[in-house]
Design a protein around this ligand. Structure first.
Ligand code: R5P
Length: 291
């Protein structure tokens, strides 16, 4: 087995190779002056199982296309099996035609990977209206969850006696409520109305004894940060002692990290599916043990 980290996942690729006790492969990935890709495998892939590691943030379009390019090239070079590990799989949130004429982007992303890979492995893809990766991928697929790693992280840092866990919207209950249940913490899942990409409102459906407690808000993705910011402001008004945000995929678009700190977050922690200074939960071992 050979592991080839692509541009967005140099560190994660190395960690995955180490956890899998596999060799790191050499791949030259460059751009011509006009921006076109130049991809060259410097190690032979013929007859081998190869792992291409590529997170799809930042630059979801380029990173998706780089994975597609590398997958097709590896197949043409005679690789026996081409596995794409996309710790963060982009385009999963456009899972419906919300307005007539729109692209159904999750299907287009999946079409590219169905034709360039033999297997796709990803961590907590945003499954909302699509409930199962089989609805998108006809190649082998594996969905891995970060829930155990996040639960371990929270239980090492906080105590169930003075800490509650929040999910900022109903979809987040598959992480927030499941994690809280695993480690015996109280939890509450908010309701969210999203009026636009940057305009969201959250409502508290179930009240807890917030005053003087540590509040840990858990969501799958932080993108613009507005979901988290509204949740932070809501629990701050309820006189929480401290507020901690944890996500799996930290995109942190448009300076979201700084905005969340300004809104009152004491700490912001992400898993390493997307390289960022907030990465504190390493999922390489979990990925390798479960793929
Ligand atoms: C969507 O429902 C997801 O679970 C996240 O809540 C959402 O992607 C966060 O986006 P943003 O940070 O832009 O509010």
């Amino acid at each position: 087995m050979l592991v080839f980290p692509l541009r967005n996942s140099r560190e994660m690729g190395k960690s995955i190779a180490k956890a899998a006790k596999a060799k790191l492969g050499n791949l030259k990935s460059d751009n011509f002056p006009d921006g076109e890709f130049y991809i060259r495998f410097l190690d032979s892939v013929k007859g081998k199982e190869i792992i291409l590691v590529q997170s799809m943030s930042p630059n979801p379009n380029d990173s998706l296309l780089e994975l597609y390019w590398a997958g097709i090239t590896a197949k043409q070079l005679g690789a026996e099996k081409v596995i794409g590990v996309a710790p963060y799989l982009a385009y999963m949130r456009q899972d419906k035609v919300f307005n007539s004429g729109e692209a159904l982007s999750n299907h287009i992303m999946a079409h590219l990977l169905n034709t360039s890979l033999d297997k796709i492995v990803t961590v907590d893809p945003h499954l909302h209206r699509i409930r199962n990766l089989a609805e998108l991928f006809h190649i082998e697929r594996k969905k891995i969850t970060a829930n155990n790693d996040i639960a371990n992280y929270i239980s090492k840092k906080f105590s169930a006696k003075n800490t509650v866990i929040i999910g900022p919207d109903s979809e987040s209950s598959q992480w927030a409520a499941v994690i809280a249940e695993k480690i015996g913490f109280e939890s509450s899942i908010f309701e969210k109305q999203r009026h636009s990409a940057r305009n969201v409102k959250v409502n508290v459906v179930k009240e807890l004894a917030w005053k003087g407690k540590n509040v840990v808000i858990v969501d799958d993705i932080i993108s613009s940060g507005h979901t988290m910011i509204e949740a932070i402001k809501t629990v701050r008004k309820k006189e929480a002692k401290s507020v901690h945000c944890i996500c799996i995929h930290g995109i942190f678009a448009e300076n979201a990290h700084a905005k969340m700190l300004k809104a009152g977050a004491n700490t912001i922690t992400s898993c390493n599916t997307i390289a960022h200074k907030s990465n504190k939960i390493d999922l390489a071992k979990t990925i390798v043990e479960n793929w």
